[in-house]
Ligand binder design. Structure first.
Ligand SMILES: Nc1nc2c(ncn2[C@@H]2O[C@H](COP(=O)(O)OP(=O)(O)OP(=O)(O)O)[C@@H](O)[C@H]2O)c(=O)[nH]1
Length: 675
């Protein structure tokens, strides 16, 4: 059966750069038990050979017969808001009441109103069905519930346009609104305009052709003419890149991660001050104001923690941004929150980054609680690796509290090295730097502390940042821009902010907003708040769009090349590494998928094969369950169609993270997609 090709006929060595797969190896002095450590042992040379060999030769992976739908032309599920009842924290009775009210409401209203709206109304009226119905009907008086239209939910939170600080503080380009992650993403697509997918999608299914809705069909001729013209006028991306950027310093995006209170914002704030990016006047102001509310120790953190709530609580909630330059690079810092409650924001920051700076608190007891006792150090490191970040600097911070002890530095680096190797970082790509954000020691100048000078002669933090390699920018691939923020622009338009994952985006280009596949035109492009005619893969940009309604674009969407469109799928196959599950993963296991800035409910619908971690060899076909540290091939079904790519085609959009109840339980590479 054709379905067998999903596993059997694949040479995994062709699909992956195995350096990008997690859980490779672990040192003997691991923080894991010896048996766990043994499971992670890995020999890359053996692996490359063995996986190719094993996959080509194997015919023995049988598959379950009940899920025949996988090969049949798949009808994508309607994309609707997913209800995660767990997040509502209802007790059993209330949950039952809620479900019963929802059923009743659906009987009357059909599917024309989103689940989210219904839930809000039911909760507001304390499970009173009649009152909820009244409210919804009154709100939607003019709506014809029987009419099948493309219907979109309003975006509930809109963030203001990015603001450049004018008081002498460094250029804080934009702060990601945490609420933007909760943007309601629901929409429904007419039956005759079902989402289709991918580079393999026949042209006649794309919005520019006959199967589109009448509105899209009407636009299609015009659109295709413009797109053809666009193609004609296009320069070779590499030539264009050299013309535009040839003489500029390379731009690097660094996400700063680590356990809560590790000193991330203080470190970055101090670094910016040392580099002269913050005026004395501003710093003095922060000093006075932080003193007033008894938070003077946070004065440097205020450079990046801009909101009143962050300053009063003394924690980062949004991703703060700032820029500085090293000898060879322009650097954008993405200061991520360390608190577990803000992990989705941290992921949004990490999804935009090329490299990461992991900050750990060297204070005795503090490192241990951030690393060993369920802290965020491990979680953050795993997350950034899962998002494709391969280079890491580790700031062993607050070493002033241990009198610059070499012993303490070695103790921490030993533990971290072992863990980071296990998480998939190559030893050569990880650098450890002793420092103190509070005193400014070893940040931009060689150390001056006599205790530190006794044993450390390595680079300061700034030099480590300067030595990072700029990752290859896939500018020759079709355009993919992932949307991580949406805000009102100047005048009548609106802007989407996000990262150009692949390709080139020119002012005036036609793009397809996916997964809804609505055509739009790029009116203007801003990079670091400055207008630009073009943006390339790797750039963080704000783009103003016309031709599409702001309410029809959501965080997690992809702006795609209008011809070589991004695949839109409801099911895909993934090779996952399971990190940490309380109960084994079984068929039907519910998870939240994180894919760039998108968060979507999903289920693991099929366990296809359990693999040997080191060789990729199939250990068991159709396993009944997956435990901790296992590697497996599974099929995942999302509640609403999403834009993904096979990892071998576009690495940037070929990774997913699976999270349950606030913990990352697995990371995966997308190995196949089911249109
Ligand atoms: N002794 C000492 N204290 C520090 C150092 N760096 C930061 N701190 C203190 O640690 C506390 C937390 O610092 P932050 O910079 O807010 O920590 P953070 O990691 O950004 O916190 P979140 O983003 O909320 O996770 C503050 O009281 C700082 O003054 C340091 O190098 N030495």
């Amino acid at each position: 059966m054709a379905r067998h090709r999903n596993v059997r006929n694949r040479s995994y060595s062709d699909d992956y750069d195995y350096d990008d797969v997690y859980g490779h190896s672990v040192e003997e002095e691991s923080c894991l038990s010896p048996s766990d450590a043994a499971q992670w042992m890995y020999d890359p040379s053996r692996n490359r050979h063995a996986i190719a060999h094993f996959m080509e030769g194997r015919d023995d992976i049988q598959e379950e017969v009940e899920n025949e739908t996988i090969d049949s032309p798949h009808t994508p599920l309607e994309r609707r808001e997913s209800i995660d009842l767990r997040s509502l924290n209802l007790d059993e009775d209330d949950e039952a009441k809620l479900m019963s009210c929802l059923d009743e409401l659906r009987n009357v209203l059909g599917d024309t109103i989103s689940d989210n709206t219904l839930i809000q109304s039911v909760l507001k009226h304390h499970f009173d069905f009649t009152k909820s119905l009244d409210e919804i009907l009154n709100k939607n008086k003019k709506k014809d519930f029987t009419k099948p239209t493309i219907q979109f939910e309003p975006i509930t939170h809109v963030t203001p346009a990015p603001i450049i600080s004018t008081d002498g503080a460094p250029k804080i380009i934009a702060t990601l609104e945490p609420k933007s992650l909760n943007v309601v993403k629901g929409f429904k697509v007419e039956q005759n305009n079902k989402l289709s997918s991918g580079p393999n999608t026949p042209r006649d299914q794309s919005p520019a052709t006959g199967r589109s809705s009448p509105r899209l069909q009407h636009q299609s001729n015009e659109e295709s003419k413009v797109v053809a013209k666009q193609k004609e006028n296009k320069l070779d991306p590499k030539v264009q890149y050299n013309n535009e950027r040839g003489t500029e310093k390379d731009h690097l995006y660094i996400v700063v991660i680590g356990h809560v209170d590790a000193g991330k914002s203080t470190l970055m704030g101090r670094l910016l001050c040392e580099m002269g990016e913050v005026s004395q006047r501003t710093l003095h102001k922060y000093e006075q104001e932080s003193k007033k509310i008894g938070k003077q120790s946070f004065m440097y953190a205020w450079v990046l923690d801009e909101t009143g709530e962050e300053r009063v609580r003394g924690i980062t909630m949004d991703v703060g941004r700032a820029q500085f330059e090293t000898k060879t690079k322009r650097v954008t810092i993405l200061d991520a929150p360390g608190h577990a409650d803000f992990i989705p924001n941290m992921i949004t920051g990490a999804a935009q980054a090329d490299v990461a700076l992991l900050v750990v608190d060297a204070t005795r007891g503090e490192f241990e609680s951030g690393f060993d006792l369920g802290g965020q150090t491990r979680e953050h490191a795993l997350l950034v690796r899962s998002l494709g970040v391969g280079q890491l600097a580790v700031a062993i911070n607050k070493l002033d509290t241990s009198n610059w002890s070499e012993e303490r530095f070695n103790e921490i680096t030993k533990k971290l090295k072992s863990f980071l190797k296990q998480a998939g970082f190559k030893e050569a790509d990880v650098t450890f730097v002793p420092c103190s954000g509070l005193t400014g020691e070893n940040l931009v100048k060689p150390p001056s502390e006599s205790e530190l000078l006794k044993w450390y002669s390595g680079p300061c933090l700034l030099d480590v940042v300067d030595k990072f390699n700029i990752p290859e920018r896939p500018i020759s691939k079709p355009l993919r821009m992932s949307v991580n923020n949406i805000f009102k622009g100047i005048g009548s338009g609106f802007c989407v902010a996000g990262r150009i994952e692949t390709g080139v985006l020119n002012k005036g280009d036609k793009v397809l907003v996916c997964p809804t596949k609505e055509p739009a035109e790029v009116r203007s492009i801003f990079i670091n708040d400055l207008p630009s005619n073009v943006a390339f893969a790797g750039d963080q940009t704000s783009v103003s769009l016309s031709g599409v309604d702001m309410q029809n674009v959501s965080v997690g969407f992809i702006l795609s090349d209008p011809v070589l469109t991004v695949p839109v799928v409801s099911r895909f196959e993934s090779r996952i590494v399971v990190f940490n599950v309380k109960a084994p993963i079984t068929k039907g296991y519910p998870v939240l998928i994180h894919h760039q800035s998108l968060v979507e409910s999903a289920n693991i619908i099929k366990l296809k094969a359990l693999l040997n971690k080191s060789t990729g060899e199939v250990l068991k076909k159709k396993p009944r369950c997956l435990g901790n540290n296992s590697v497996a091939v599974v099929d995942i079904e999302v509640c609403r169609p999403i834009c993904v790519e096979k990892y071998k085609d576009v690495k940037e959009l070929g990774r997913v993270m699976l999270r349950v109840a606030g913990t990352t339980i697995a990371a995966g590479l997308i190995t196949d997609i089911y249109p």
